[in-house]
Design a protein around this ligand. Structure first.
Ligand code: NAD
Ligand code: ZN
Length: 233
């Protein structure tokens, strides 16, 4: 393996599971008891804005009752101490990477603590409940919605992510099922550009065969051990 300088870490719902935030569950992909199609698509938002807004209000409020776990803390330490390049890309909409101290992770699927104006595209920090038809602070229209990238919408900051993946020597995927694209395709791009690829997950993911190395177990145990080893050289 070539010397490691640049690292890209992709995280998914599994890294927050030990903090008490549910992952997607079941064959149909239930999220906190709801079918993904009912809370995670533009069609659902148009059909039943009260339900969709309330769902994300509940997820946002629940953040006050959870805390980062050892895996988030270890990645924040890597962020602070790694002398090369490091990009943390998360599919999660929780704020546990930041609360552990990670500097500016990319939330490619949006954030619970942010509101998006469906009319003018303004995005701003949002802590409270967000009822449908809340007025946008910029354009004034009653068009604020949860700043969540729904299925069928384009994830944020893909150019930056693609560039970092092309430049990385090590690509690490933590706690993601490998079912949601484009994130599920990052491992193949990383390999294409010559990176070593490592997966840490509770179960083999749908993309396991694309990784050079898979470590099965809980993120709260595997990630701190991996970070210790990387920082020790
Ligand atoms: P997923 O729920 O599809 O898969 C989670 C993966 O994590 C599974 O493969 C599971 O085996 C693994 N896992 C569970 N517990 C683990 C642990 N303790 N340690 C390590 N791995 C563990 O999640 P996904 O791939 O991130 O896709 C789900 C989508 O849903 C994302 O786009 C995300 O935006 C959204 N989501 C976000 C949150 C959150 O923000 N915390 C929670 C649920 C869903
Ligand atoms: Zn607006």
């Amino acid at each position: 393996m070539t010397e490691i300088r640049n690292i890209v870490v992709l995280t998914g719902a599994g890294i927050s599971a030990e903090s008490g935030i549910a992952t997607f569950r079941g064959p149909g992909g239930l999220w906190e008891g709801h079918r993904v199609e009912d809370v995670c698509t533009p069609e659902a938002l148009a059909r039943d804005p009260v339900l969709v807004h309330r769902f994300y209000d509940e997820r946002r409020a629940a953040l006050a009752r959870v805390a980062p776990n050892a895996a988030h803390v270890a990645l924040a330490r890597l962020d602070a101490e790694w002398p090369g390049g490091l990009l943390i890309v998360t599919q999660n909409v929780d704020d546990l990477h930041e609360r552990a101290g990670a500097k500016r992770p990319i939330h490619m699927h949006g954030e619970l603590k942010s509101a998006l104006c469906a009319h003018c595209g303004d995005r701003r920090a949002w802590e409270a409940a967000l009822p449908p038809a809340t007025e946008c602070g910029r354009c004034g229209l009653p068009a604020l919605r949860p700043d969540i990238v729904f299925f069928g919408e384009i994830p944020y900051r893909m150019d930056e992510i693609d560039t970092a993946i092309a430049d990385c020597d090590l690509f690490v995927s933590i706690g993601t099922s490998g079912a949601v694209y484009p994130a599920a395709g990052f491992v193949r791009t990383a390999r294409h550009w010559g990176a070593h690829t490592l997966e840490m997950n509770l179960d083999p993911s749908e993309g396991s065969l694309f990784f050079d190395e898979t470590r099965l177990g809980r993120a709260g145990e595997l990630v701190p051990a991996w970070v210790n080893a990387v920082l020790a050289g």
